[in-house]
Design a protein around this ligand. Structure first.
Ligand SMILES: [Fe+2]
Length: 176
């Protein structure tokens, strides 16, 4: 899977600032949150990575944007088989994870739960501390995990993968 190509394809259609609240650094933190959780939960790594890049990519504003999860799922369906190619079962997980990520649900498939937790662990960037009761997996509820992820979220840390792997120049983005 060529995640750099996927990221740049998605960015061609992304309507909001790349450095914004729901932009590239959020995607990268969600990805790293998800990879950390997947070590424990056993979630599909491909689905976790694609969820990180797709779940907010069809937003049209940085606030309450009804329907952006479903739009992201449909957008991912357009690129499936063209820019990436997941097995059907994994694609269904990606689709459902994107479509349902704003509903506040905490139960369901393990990979989907991991995706949602990866996103919710980054709420500190908008001043919301993740609550264990609103997380899905035991791995995410670990105080050590919340502390690690929230520390990065609050400072809007830009993960190294943004420049090193995705080739995106972050100069001038700042971190807060
Ligand atoms: Fe998100």
């Amino acid at each position: 899977m060529n995640l750099k190509l996927i990221v740049h394809t998605v960015l061609e259609d992304y309507a909001l600032p790349w450095h914004g609240t729901h932009g590239v650094s959020h995607w990268a933190r969600v990805l790293e949150n998800g990879l950390r959780l997947a070590e424990v939960t056993g979630a599909s790594i491909d689905v976790v990575q694609l969820f990180a890049v797709f779940h907010d990519c069809c937003r049209v504003n940085e606030g309450t944007d009804f329907g952006h999860g479903k739009r992201a799922a449909e957008y991912a369906a357009q690129l499936q088989g063209a820019v990436f190619d997941l097995p059907d079962d994994d694609f269904r997980l990606l689709y459902d994870a994107c479509a349902g990520h704003t509903d506040g649900v905490t139960t369901g498939d393990n990979t989907i739960q991991t995706c949602w937790d990866a996103d919710r662990l980054d709420l500190g960037r908008v001043g919301v501390c993740p609550e264990a009761a609103r997380l899905c997996t035991e791995a995410a509820k670990e105080p050590e995990t919340i502390k690690w992820a929230d520390g990065r979220a609050c400072f809007r840390v830009i993960p190294e993968i943004v420049e090193a792997e995705w080739g995106i120049d972050t100069a001038g983005w700042g971190q807060v």
